[in-house]
Design a protein around this ligand. Structure first.
Ligand code: MN
Length: 533
């Protein structure tokens, strides 16, 4: 049997479906390029028929990566399969991934179909897809709750119809590792043509068993693992890619299987996802959490110093976490800064970007004394995601006054195309007031959907990293800003989002974007008691 486990990343499809993780096309393409650098074998780029934005993202990713297979999901319907194919056909290695539920529960209540009807539909869909594309995956949705004999019939029939990969998902995260092992072993042993396809796992984490179940399936013969960076995905998420791969790497003595992922890219990939979506990685998260390699207790520290293997089963370097003792500050030169960027995995930035980053670094280092790696990462992430056009709004200056007894006021000056304008506004707090002043200046109403502020490091002089989501009738736009001052960070992040909004609908977030904005920026809703913006 083939000894390589194919890593199928679905962060941009299943992962992106989860609330808080929607990404626009440009962000998905950046993520896809990093997934390629990580070495994943297959990128599931989206669900082409779901929306025009999804279609465009799948198409853009198909054209943006070289080595990985690019897949689009599709229901077992001709129009879905057609959409999937037209979105992925430009890829070097395209795949159509079609699915149909096979459990009695889903057949009876959701699809209102008999088993025989479902079998016929699955075969028709696979045959149709295979006439378009040489690489076809079929998923038996809710496989783990599907009758085992019926599963074997479906698997055999879809392989005969041309499926090259057959996925057996634990869609609802219900199965135990022993059950998954039995399920896969049953298919491997009983389906006569199983050697003509690759069996795949797709496990959800509702009971915290996604990775264990994925590995159990691999032990029983599955050779594709569908997973997401940081385990994102529907509900409790999918199997975490970094955990599946690091299990295979760390316990090679047990599994003796290979993979094409370059584990040294794991940390950077997780950071990128977190910076794009604004969702922080939990400190104790396996493999990629900030504390995953931190040894706190004295006994552990003593052991690690004597021999790292005492408490360290894998090295931070193996997942791309670099230890650096040198701290950068305002006296650091561009060479040292460039070197640190390269150490942090950003050696490939163009000179213009590095110059810009260095200029911002100097401004912050002047205010903040020392710049840690996390500060530099926050800066890079805010800058490299920036959408910039000629007519962008830029912050010139601002003044706020804030009090516990009255409204806060903000006076903000912005420039656009060299012309400066000033507005003032008030609000229940200084951030609210500043954002309202920005809204008045740009003369375009928007609603604030989400606002998060986070200290990048622990100390008092920490940088504040602000991420916002704003919505207008064209969609939802994310913005980020980093500053030693939270008001400045808030204005910068709002301007970042506003500039995305004015740079066109192509940067709107793909899904889940609310689109009704009822209020106008001219409404003095504060005075009428409405402060829910
Ligand atoms: Mn799923």
């Amino acid at each position: 049997m083939n000894n390589t486990v194919r890593i199928f990343d679905t962060s941009l499809r299943d992962g992106e479906q989860a609330p808080g993780y929607s990404m626009n096309i440009e962000e998905k393409v950046r993520m896809a390029r990093q997934l390629e650098a990580l070495g994943v074998d297959i990128i599931e780029a989206g669900f082409a028929i779901a929306s025009p934005g999804d279609f465009a993202s799948v198409e853009a990713i198909a054209g943006a990566v070289e080595r990985p297979v690019v897949a689009s999901l599709s229901r077992a319907l001709v129009k879905d399969i057609d959409a999937a194919w037209s979105a992925v056909k430009g890829a070097k290695s395209p795949r159509i991934h079609t699915f149909l539920a096979t459990s009695d529960l889903h057949l009876e209540y959701k699809l209102k179909m008999s088993r025989d009807q479902a079998l016929a539909r699955a075969v028709d869909a696979v045959r149709y897809a295979r006439n378009l594309c040489g690489d076809v995956e079929f998923s038996l949705e809710d496989a783990s709750r599907t009758d085992r004999d019926f599963m074997c019939r479906v698997v055999e029939a879809v392989i005969d119809a041309g499926a090259t990969t057959v996925n057996l998902p634990d869609t609802v995260g219900y199965a135990t590792p022993c059950e998954i092992h039995d399920m896969v072993a049953n298919v491997m042993n009983r389906v006569p043509n199983i050697d003509r396809a690759i069996v795949s796992m797709h496990c959800h984490d509702d009971l915290g068993l996604a990775v264990a179940n994925t590995i159990a399936g691999i032990v029983a013969g599955a050779r594709q693992a569908e997973c997401c960076i940081a385990g994102i995905g529907e509900r409790a998420g999918n199997a975490a890619l970094e955990e599946v791969v690091m299990n295979l790497r760390t316990r090679r003595d047990v599994y003796n299987l290979s993979y094409n992922v370059r584990t040294e890219e794991i940390s950077k990939t997780a950071q990128l996802l977190s910076s794009i979506t604004g969702v922080k990685i939990s400190p104790n998260k396996s493999v990629i959490g900030r504390n995953a390699f931190a040894h706190e207790s004295g006994i552990h520290q003593h052991g690690v110093m004597a021999n790292a293997k005492t408490y360290e089963i894998m090295t931070p370097e193996s997942v791309g976490v670099k230890k650096t003792a040198l701290v950068l500050g305002k006296h650091s030169g561009q060479h040292a800064f460039g070197q640190r960027l390269a150490d942090l995995g950003y050696g490939d930035l163009d000179k213009g970007t590095v110059d810009k980053l260095f200029a911002e670094f100097k401004v912050l280092a002047d205010r903040k004394k020392t710049m840690e790696d996390r500060d530099i990462l926050a800066l890079v992430e805010a800058e490299t995601g920036r959408v910039s056009g000629e007519n962008d709004w830029k912050l010139v200056n601002y003044v706020v006054s804030s009090s516990n007894k009255m409204f806060s006021t903000a006076c903000v000056t912005l420039s656009r195309g060299g012309k400066e304008t000033t507005e003032s506004a008030f609000g229940t707090g200084p951030i609210f007031a500043s954002i309202r002043a920005v809204e008045k200046l740009v003369k375009h109403p928007f609603a604030l959907e989400d606002f998060q502020i986070q200290a990048v490091t622990e100390r008092r002089d920490a940088l504040g990293e602000v991420s916002v989501k704003i919505t207008d009738s064209s969609g939802t736009y994310r913005g980020r800003g980093v500053s030693t001052d939270i008001i400045e960070g808030s204005i910068l992040s709002t301007l970042d989002a506003v500039n995305r909004m004015f740079n066109g609908a192509s940067s709107a977030l793909g899904s889940g974007a609310a689109s009704s904005v009822q209020h106008s920026y001219e409404d003095d809703d504060l005075l009428s008691g409405r402060t829910d913006r």
